[in-house]
Design a protein around this ligand. Sequence first.
Ligand code: IDP
Ligand code: MG
Length: 138
Amino acid sequence: MSNITFTMLKPDSIRNKNTGAIIDKIIKDGFVIKAMKFTRMTNEQASNFYAIHKERPFFNDLIEYMTSGPIVAAILEKDNAVNDFRTLIGSTNPEEAAEGTIRKLFAKSISENAIHGSDSNENAKIECDFHFSENEIF
Ligand code: IDP
Ligand code: MG
């Protein structure tokens, strides 16, 4: 699945009315939407999704933020999807993100940073399976 990545438009993107602009940017950058849903994660789901960060000092804030409102979750297809999408979203900290990236344009801080993108092909597969079942993928 090296041509697939997983994304979430995080709750601040929905609150700040950036959903449409961000999805437009993703499509114009050549990604094809294979699955998409508007949903809200439970505390348990968010804790499992971000389990790798369990010991980090920001973990509780991260779970609170990610469950604070709805998200848009999606599976995206493009050659070299994982790396190209990480380039499109920019650095975790928007202050360090390159001009024109989604985080530079739409993120307010390192914690509320607008969007998620998988960091490897292996995690993309895990994250797609976490949010979508086979019959939701086109
Ligand atoms: P990534 O989203 O760019 O892959 P990760 O290091 O995987 O960044 O962190 C996951 C999420 O946790 C970030 O997107 C951000 O929302 C939050 N986060 C990461 N580092 C910090 C921090 O130093 N302070 C507060 N929140 C952070
Ligand atoms: Mg990450």
